[in-house]
Design a protein around this ligand. Structure first.
Ligand SMILES: [Zn+2]
Length: 70
């Protein structure tokens, strides 16, 4: 798992467990349709131009009652 040192135990956006975090400071594309591993990615702006992506697997999202809102 690739985690920055100061990431929380649960996603700060949806409070669900996550699998990994990535940090981006430039344009990118997100397409999770039919992704076999990740069901949802939450985006958290951080200081400066970067944003962190919290990657949730299908298993981490299903069962929380919000799996259809990704
Ligand atoms: Zn989340």
């Amino acid at each position: 798992m690739d985690l920055p040192a100061d990431t929380p135990a649960r996603c700060p956006v949806c409070e669900t467990a996550y699998d990994s975090v990535s940090v981006h400071d430039s344009g990118l594309m997100v397409n999770l349709l039919d992704n076999p591993r990740y069901r949802r990615v939450c985006f958290e702006p951080v200081e400066g131009p970067a944003v962190r992506f919290y990657h949730h697997t299908h298993e981490q999202v299903i069962g929380r009652g919000d799996g259809e809102r990704d």
